[in-house]
Design a protein around this ligand. Sequence first.
Ligand SMILES: *Cc1c(COP(=O)(O)O)cnc(C)c1O
Length: 457
Amino acid sequence: MKKASSNPQTRQWQDLGRDHHLPPFTDYKQLNEKGPRIITRASGVHLWDSEGNRILDGMAGLWCVNVGYGREELAEAAARQMRELPYYNLFFQTAHPPALELAKAIAELAPEGMNHVFFTGSGSEANDTVLRMVRHYWAVKGKPSKKVVIGRWNAYHGSTVAGASLGGMKGLHGQGDLPIPGIEHIDQPYWFGEGGDLDPDEFGTRVAEQLESKILDLGEENVAAFIAEPVQGAGGVIVPPETYWPKIREILDKYDILFAADEVICGFGRTGEWFGSQHYGLKPDLMSIAKGLTSGYVPMGGVVVRDEVVEVLNQGGEFYHGFTYSGHPVAAAVALENIRILREEGIVERVKSETAPYLQHRWRQLAEHPLVGETRGVGMVAALELVKNKHSRERFPAEQAVGMRCREFCFDNGLVMRAVGDTMIIAPPLVIDPVEIDELIAKAHKCLDLTASAVLG
Ligand SMILES: *Cc1c(COP(=O)(O)O)cnc(C)c1O
């Protein structure tokens, strides 16, 4: 239950929400009963709400504010570009410096042999672009039957029709007849939830082998691509068992299909490498990017494309695809400045060598808590599983909504930690320092205690 407001403006804003606003991924009736929290400002890794509460943002906004809040340089870069050239399109054989320079900067960081970027306005649009581009690629190559894209259950690839279809979330599929035809799914490498009696490595191999069975079922001549996040984010920070990616690589090498890595969360330092594909030694043909590309300061996404794919596209005539805001100059200027900050301040290196090892070490100490069945994570992203029985991995009944209750305790005690069912997840800004990591862990611990006394009595 929410405390009475100390700021009369909070109530006014909440009324505006109820009267005029339809927020994303929200149960409207439920929200209108209490009204949203109003976030008014932020600095570093902290948010402030309209009641004056200071909250540690353990989710970097929505996995995106990699350089932290309040970076003047990004505001300056946007203002400078708005004055110089606020908008121009890239459609009719024109271009502008920010988009071109950004494409080069991304190519320098991307895995070897990925030197071109198609820009979009978001991660969903990036994955729409992947779907259209891989089908176009095979058509140009003279294999137009290669159309099916294989994704994974419980993956998140965005919320447009193509994004939601490529993703494997049953809730999204249930609203509006998704997935669209030509998209298939295999199981996710979620050992804690779905591994049963298998040990994690055995389970990792088995779920990876589903990719091969699926390709053989569909016929290699009908399969265009496999799409996957290096670490599933919104699905609950699913860190795959060690055996998973090597087995997937082996299968991808064996069949003539493309691999699209959805790097929307993993990209730009989240795992301690520039891209999650580098962390796992993957060799993608396409990579979707967004979120950390601009640290969320302005919207932007894109698809980074391997040279061999570009050579084929070069033979294909016009690619009838793009967006008014593809490569938007203000977004591109902010992204360039964001990449400059990440590079010059050595933020990704520091994550890898110092702050991520410390975060993961401290996070794993939470495994001793009676409510916690597993902790896992990589780089600056981590999860823990709330369970009724630590040893049998038995969960609480869904109607107890234990994850949501834990999330509420966190918010009320100055920490944003997200709940995916009864999986609690974090992905803090990459600039979080050891003192702030201690603050995060102390608050998380306190909220686990509060959750335990609420549900165990
Ligand atoms: C957030 C996300 C998307 C969608 O990005 P939007 O910018 O919200 O459209 C796609 N893929 C992954 C892995 C994401 O986390």
